[in-house]
Write a protein that binds this ligand. Structure first.
Ligand SMILES: Nc1nc2c(ncn2[C@@H]2O[C@@H]3COP(=O)(O)O[C@H]4[C@@H](O)[C@H](n5cnc6c(=O)[nH]c(N)nc65)O[C@@H]4COP(=O)(O)O[C@H]3[C@H]2O)c(=O)[nH]1
Length: 746
């Protein structure tokens, strides 16, 4: 409604003026477009005050100019959209002084001659147009109809109109600003990747953005608006239990006015499927009162999948999908806690495929992998769901059985029965590829029982490992339980380790030399064999301490010492014509050869001693073939470049196969003493010896037989073409002094 100044003034108004003013008020109230308001004001003001022309000069944004944004009446077209500087003309004056300006026909206003002074214009009336106390333009009436000057009544009327116009413009601008803000907000909501919805105090949906509709599988806002959101997205827990509204975190946020962040919850879609979400619910306050909440949520399916993938990689073996060592350890700790409480026994079974390395090397890694997968599956098929199977790496698997009762005998029987069941399953044929025939594999098992925390985890694993080695020693494909005797062996091993370390520091080791003979009975060299004479103790046999040294890594410093001592011996023999041609064979264990720096160690030993490399022979056992053969071959080739030769020890007892023999850059093969021993009594051994000799010759390798104790063994070997020998028949391993005496005797 238009505001009228006072009663006196009102009585001065004509009926028509009053109705025009009221009409103006009504029309302005319903208009929200500022341009329309200006046009309306120009028209109605023109009519109300009876002006010939009425225009609205509006200050431009730079405030340096003004433009007639609206005009009505006789000269409207001349003025419409014309721009003038604010220092110019009567309008400029009104804008500058923010006061009305009224001058009559004979008036001497100096700006009458200005460019926008209308031709024949008699009287003019200008009033400022203010909005929120700031000048935004003016209302300029030019020439009163009837050729009379504008008077004070007109000025008041026009001021009154200008006030109303100012308010209407302000409203329209506010409305425009609000609309802009709303449309921006809508744009943000519509383009947000996050799903956003709002709920009122009752949890009813008040809006939902397109992402929210899309993620929840609805098409239209109306599908959600006014509905109880909890019933749509939360109705049940993943396991099917109802999800009471009292437990709904969004409701909590609405009821208590709390900010809520939920990291992992399921939301249900319209089609009845569910997906994991993370959401944030923020309470909305209106005039200080809680009014509802705005909830933002994101679909975290991808994140969950990635997390699961990471978890799988961290806790599962990627090849077989079985728990890996880390997860096994976790479960084992839990099992020990549970067993501590219940006093029930459990069993730890370590099993290992026999000869897996050969399968991998001969059939390829893909086939080897295939076998490992099938083995995992067969083990799983033969245990209870609550038991754990894990692959520790390579071909080693662990089965952990729980809740086996409190009687050790019953638990042992049960564990053995399960191991037997697994062994039978693993012995069945494997179809590893379309191109291969059925493959057969055997397995060795080591078992130990556990009950609570009586024995630490590491010891339990050691126990099962020891039992596994016993099973392997027993010819593989066997099941062995850990026993107190085995524990005694473990204890004495660790004791030996300590004394051996001290022994190395206190020079308790010595090299013995066993002669190697040619077909004419001449000593052509010696095998250097390690002896240990611990202080205050009886001497220890290599067969006892070498495996321990290998296990604990002491073989590396020990082996280095052997190599350096043998090289020094070769150098010492160089000056004597009777010894300078002698070769020394040095045993090298797999662990030594596996070290990256082994080649350098050999080179250093030779250089430091100055020994002739061609007199140094390195004896490898077949166990080196358990490792990556390509690596070993490369290392051997580097060493051969120095002039050093290689002999393969204990040939025929282990993994020897023709393919290995062809790949390794060997110079000599040593027939194992076990074949030589029974050469006369066991026709098989005799046949093997003959075959080894023939095969080695066809590959261009020399052959030496060890363990020759009798003349008849010697003759047999000579008859089949063996030209080098070693054994008690020629001399036992002896200290260097004795060996040198023997040389002088011969
Ligand atoms: N019954 C019988 N035995 C005979 C006869 N001739 C030689 N022997 C024994 O057979 C073994 C031959 O050594 P090996 O096969 O390399 O087997 C060696 C070798 O594998 C290992 N070993 C010895 N010294 C070293 C060493 O310096 N480094 C490494 N890595 N291993 C060594 O210990 C094993 C056992 O060594 P030793 O007890 O010295 O036992 C020696 C030797 O004394 C015989 O006619 N009859």
């Amino acid at each position: 409604m238009i505001e009228l100044p006072d009663a006196n003034f009102q009585s001065d108004l004509t009926r028509e003026e009053l109705s025009l003013l009221l009409n103006l008020g009504e029309r302005l109230n319903s208009e929200l477009d500022p341009n329309n308001i200006l046009s309306l004001v120009a028209e109605l003001a023109c009519k109300i005050i009876g002006a010939e022309t009425l225009a609205l000069p509006m200050v431009d944004l730079d405030e340096k100019t003004y433009t007639y944004r609206a005009a009505y009446g006789k000269h409207a077209e001349l003025l419409q959209e014309k721009t003038f500087p604010t220092f110019d003309g009567a309008c400029g004056w009104v804008i500058k002084h923010q006061r009305p300006l009224l001058f009559g026909a004979g008036g001497d206003f100096e700006m009458r001659m200005d460019a926008h002074w209308l031709p024949g214009q008699a009287s003019s009336l200008l009033v400022p147009l203010m909005c929120r106390g700031a000048i935004i333009g003016g209302l300029s009436a030019m020439g009163k109809i009837g050729n009379v000057p504008f008077d004070q009544h007109d000025q008041t009327m026009l001021t009154l109109i200008a006030n109303q116009a100012g308010i209407a413009i302000d409203n329209a601008r506010l409305f425009q600003k609000l609309s802009l803000e709303e449309s921006r907000l809508r744009l943000v909501l519509d383009s947000a990747g996050e799903a956003i919805y709002g709920v009122d105090l009752d949890g009813l949906c008040i809006f939902a953005n397109p992402s929210c509709l899309r993620l929840l599988g609805y098409e239209r806002q109306e599908d959600l608006a006014g509905k109880l959101m909890h019933n749509l997205i939360h109705h049940t827990y993943p396991d099917g239990r109802p999800f009471p509204v009292a437990e709904c975190k969004v409701r909590l946020s609405v009821r208590n006015g709390e900010y809520v962040h939920v990291e992992n919850e399921l939301h249900w879609r319209a089609d009845g499927t569910a997906f994991p979400v993370e959401y944030w619910s923020r309470p909305i306050y209106r005039d200080g009162k809680l009014d509802g909440a705005v909830v933002t949520f994101i679909d975290i399916t991808e994140r969950k999948l990635t997390e699961e993938k990471i978890l799988r990689l961290a806790y599962f073996d990627p090849l077989t999908n079985l728990p890996n060592r880390r997860l096994l350890m976790d479960r084992f700790k839990q099992a020990l806690i549970a067993s501590d409480r219940s006093k029930e026994l459990g069993a730890l079974i370590i099993l290992d495929l026999d000869n897996f390395k050969t399968i991998n090397d001969t059939l390829g890694h893909d086939i080897g992998d295939q076998l490992l997968i099938l083995v995992a599956q067969r083990i799983l098929d033969n245990i209870r769901q609550e038991d754990t199977v894990s692959r520790l790496g390579g071909d080693e698997y662990v089965v952990m059985l729980e809740n086996m009762g409190t009687d050790p005998i019953t638990a042992s029987n049960q564990a053995e029965m399960i191991a037997e069941k697994i062994r039978n399953a693993l012995a069945l044929p494997y179809m590893l590829s379309d191109k291969l025939q059925a493959h057969y594999s055997t397995c060795s098992f080591g078992i130990t029982l556990f009950q609570g925390h009586k024995v630490p985890i590491e010891t339990l694993f050691k126990q099962a490992d020891v039992a596994l080695y016993q099973a392997k020693d027993a010819g593989r494909n066997a099941i062995r339980f850990f026993s107190p005797e085995m524990q005694a062996a473990i204890d004495s091993r660790s004791e030996m380790e300590t004394t051996m370390r001290n022994g190395l520091l206190h020079n308790e080791f010595q090299l013995f030399y066993q002669p190697q003979i040619d077909i004419d009975g001449e000593i052509i060299g010696a095998e250097a064999l390690l002896r240990w004479f611990p202080r205050d103790q009886e001497s220890v046999l290599p067969i006892q301490f070498i495996p321990v040294a290998e296990e604990v890594g002491l073989i590396i410093p020990l082996g280095l010492w052997v190599m350096e001592t043998a090289c020094a011996q070769l150098k010492a023999w160089e000056n004597d014509p009777r010894t300078r041609h002698l070769k020394i064979a040095v045993n090298v264990s797999a662990r030594q050869l596996r070290q990256l720096e082994f080649v350098k160690q050999v080179q250093d030993a030779l250089e430091f001693s100055g020994a002739n490399p061609s007199l140094l022979k390195l004896e490898l056992t077949e166990s080196v073939l358990l490792e990556d053969v390509d690596d070993i071959v490369e290392r051997m080739q580097q060493i051969k470049l120095f002039g050093v030769t290689f002999s393969l020890d204990d040939f025929g007892t282990g993994f020897s196969s023709l393919s290995y023999l062809k790949r390794l850059p060997l110079d000599q093969v040593k027939i194992d003493q076990s074949f030589v021993r029974d050469i006369h009594t066991d026709p098989n051994d005799a046949a093997i010896v003959r075959a080894i000799i023939a095969m080695s010759h066809s590959l261009g390798l020399k052959v030496i037989a060890e363990g020759v104790e009798t003349k008849s063994q010697l003759n047999f070997l000579k008859n089949y073409g063996c030209a080098h020998f070693q054994g008690y028949l020629f001399g036992k391993p002896m200290p260097i002094e004795e060996f040198e005496k023997l040389l002088k005797r011969i």
